[in-house]
Design a protein around this ligand. Structure first.
Ligand code: FES
Ligand code: FE2
Length: 335
């Protein structure tokens, strides 16, 4: 299996609200092409395929909130109903319906769900994010990258690559510190805590101040949340969805939350973007190499090293299985 279990029924962020305008926006999500546009009733989404002859609707135009297919000019409203067939009298709409996709907005980001329809309780299905007025937030919709979604999750949960791939920025290859790792498993997720001082890399030093611990939480199928905590309070929370376009590409979307006390929101956003830009590029490069090499060898092969305590849990949840709740550790490691 390359795409995770349950991806079709999960709410996934696919764009920023400001990216969805009158002009149709095409996205690929878990192998399905969809088209989004904004009407006066809000954002609409359809499968990007005209029910008439399969033409991509995303190549069409929006007028008065209705999307026109370029091939024969059929027009569809936001509920997918065909409201006009040029040259003909339209008596029955029902057979001619385009397929709708459930779409919802949260605080500047657009989420879709391929199967299961709209759902008033959808926000409750997202990873819990710090949402009190004491926090500033911003979204970051990243470019698509060649990567397998499993490898992206494995990478973000894996502390050992940071000393190498991000040497000097996050951690340092030849200057490690003793870290205590504790793992907590729940039936449908797990979290890992690292008790340690601030990392030695310059980005950690510049952005963070003293650290008490950091935590990573996997929320299947494709979300990860990292929390960095100082002695008194949360310094930074990042929730990132590795949204698969298909088995070969991901389009990550992240939400960053920082406490309001730490300076102006625009400055924090600018600093985080500036510093993380290089880190994201380093991971993207590594993930592409993994993807291409796995393809060249005809499939992945993993072995668990002495520090790899998360891979089996990740794989179980990724494939739709459950974990036995428990606590493991603390384990010591040098990072
Ligand atoms: S294919 Fe879309 S109108 Fe004919
Ligand atoms: Fe990384």
């Amino acid at each position: 299996m390359t795409l995770p279990a349950g991806i079709e029924t999960t709410w996934l962020p696919v764009a920023l609200s400001r990216q969805v305008q009158m002009k149709p926006l095409k996205r690929r999500v878990a192998g399905e092409a969809i088209v989004l546009w904004r009407s006066k009733d809000g954002i609409r989404a359809l499968r990007d395929r005209c029910p008439h002859r399969n033409y991509p609707l995303s190549a069409g135009r929006v007028e008065n909130g209705k999307l026109t297919c370029p091939y024969h000019g059929w027009r569809f409203d936001g509920d997918g109903r065909c409201v006009e067939v040029p040259g003909c009298t339209l008596d029955t709409h029902s057979r001619l319906k385009a397929e709708t996709i459930a779409v919802a907005e949260l605080d500047g980001a657009v989420f879709v769900r391929l199967q299961g329809g709209a759902d008033d309780g959808w926000i409750g299905t997202l990873p819990p994010m710090p949402d009190t007025p004491d926090f500033d937030h911003f979204w970051w919709a990243m470019r698509p990258e060649t990567a397998r979604v499993f490898d992206a999750l494995d990478n973000v949960l894996d502390p050992f690559h940071t000393n190498f791939i991000h040497d000097g920025i996050i951690r340092v290859k030849h200057r490690r510190q003793r870290v205590e790792q504790t793992i907590r498993t729940h039936e449908r997720s797990f979290e890992v805590t690292y008790v340690q001082d601030t990392d030695h890399g310059w980005m950690s030093r510049a952005l963070e101040g003293p650290r008490a611990q950091s935590r990573g939480h996997y929320y299947p199928p494709v979300a990860f949340q990292g929390r960095w905590e100082g002695p008194k309070a949360l310094t930074l929370c990042v929730t990132i969805w590795f949204v698969p376009e298909d088995e070969h590409a991901i389009r990550p979307v992240a939400r960053f939350s920082t406490p309001k006390s730490k300076g102006p929101a625009w400055l924090k956003e600018a600093m985080i973007r500036l510093f993380l830009f290089q880190v994201i590029g380093q991971d993207a490069d590594a993930l592409k190499r993994l993807h291409d090499n796995i393809a060249a060898f005809g499939g992945p092969r993993f072995s668990a090293g002495p520090g790899d305590r998360l891979g089996d849990k990740l794989m179980t949840l990724y494939q739709g299985g459950r974990l036995v709740p428990g606590e493991f550790g603390p384990f010591t490691m040098d990072l």
